[in-house]
Design a protein around this ligand. Structure first.
Ligand code: 5GP
Ligand code: MN
Length: 317
């Protein structure tokens, strides 16, 4: 923590980014650090750069100040949060790569250790929980606490997933002490869905297929279906989490057509299957129980490719 404080004190221009298609933990950790630095280091020039967040996260303080990657700028210090590899920074990688000092805070087991300073803890529930340990509690504002809580809720599935620990709940308790409306955060950012999101969820569940005596479940949303319902990538979040709740299922696979012959794959496991290993073998990454990758080919190649790997792991169990 002391070394971190020194690095911040030595810097004049600081940047912050997370992974492409930012989720709650990514947006929460980036905005928490952004607001914390603005509050406590008034002489610092700070930018936060991310892809456009889902509107449900726009209540977080200064979310309107999030910048895109169009500007050319050089940073003294760049924070990469919740991001396991350079390529996952997307268009913001150029700022990170050209920065004088690079720090990564992350909890992905697939993290490649690509920064100058890598604070990577795969056992910790979320980047927000990890980041909390490096901030001074008395310097955390209510708005910073809200952003951190949002990220913890996202990655723990509202404290349901096995990544939740006693320490996670203690951090959540400390954040609640900052006066946040925790109930509203859970409802608005985790459980709440738009009508469209519920429609596509329903469609995806109706079309789902089980394999291997119901141990594997998968569903695909293709381009025509996305166009028919008028949904974008963000509207599909949560479908794989619903699939894995199916009784008897060990591994859930959600696939959607993200471009020409390009499919985004999301996987969840109840523990028997290591989906991080599968995602990594296909050029992606993530956690043991939640991981993803992007694959090229037609729909059936993609399904076959992933299902074969999941089935091979289940065969050995
Ligand atoms: P989701 O399925 O919710 O998109 O992602 C689950 C987890 O896997 C997240 O922690 C996410 O960062 C990671 N992940 C998803 N897709 C990719 C990918 O293409 N590459 C890498 N390295 N990680 C991914
Ligand atoms: Mn995370």
């Amino acid at each position: 923590m002391e070394q971190l404080k020194e690095m911040i004190a030595d810097a004049k221009v600081v940047g912050i980014s997370g992974h492409v298609r930012p989720d709650a933990d990514c947006i929460g950790s980036c905005l928490a650090l952004y607001n914390y630095l603005l509050d406590n280091y008034p002489d610092l020039q700070v930018d936060v750069r991310l892809e456009t967040p889902d509107p449900k996260f726009l209540f977080l303080k200064n979310s309107n100040e999030i910048k895109d990657a169009k500007e050319e700028k050089q940073y003294d210090l760049y924070f990469c949060l919740d991001c396991g590899s350079e390529d996952r920074l997307g268009d913001n990688a150029k700022y990170f790569l050209s920065a004088k000092k690079k720090i990564c805070f992350d909890h992905h087991i697939s993290n490649t250790g690509f920064a100058d300073y890598n604070i990577v803890e795969p056992e910790i529930s979320s980047t927000c929980e990890l980041l909390f340990a490096y901030l001074e509690d008395e310097k955390i504002s209510k708005e910073v606490a809200e952003a951190l809580y949002t990220g913890i809720i996202g990655d723990t599935g509202a404290f349901r997933h096995s990544c939740t620990s006693k320490a996670t709940l203690q951090v959540a308790g400390a954040l609640i002490d900052h006066g946040i409306d925790f109930s509203k955060i859970v409802n608005d950012t985790y459980f709440g869905k738009t009508y469209l999101q519920n429609q596509i969820l329903g469609r995806a569940l109706l079309e789902s297929v089980t394999l291997l005596d119901g141990k594997i479940i998968y569903t695909v949303v293709n381009k025509q279906e996305k166009e028919f319902y008028g949904v974008s990538g963000n509207d599909l979040d949560g479908i794989v989490d619903q699939l894995i709740m199916t009784k008897g299922v060990e591994c859930a696979i959600f696939i959607h057509e993200s471009g020409e012959l390009t499919y985004k794959v999301s996987m969840r496991s109840k523990g028997l299957v290591n989906v991080s290993q599968i995602a990594q073998s296909l050029g992606g990454g993530g956690h043991v129980r939640a991981a993803g990758c992007t694959l090229m080919g037609n729909e059936y190649d993609v399904i076959n490719n992933v299902v074969k790997k999941v089935a091979a792991q289940l065969k050995d169990k």
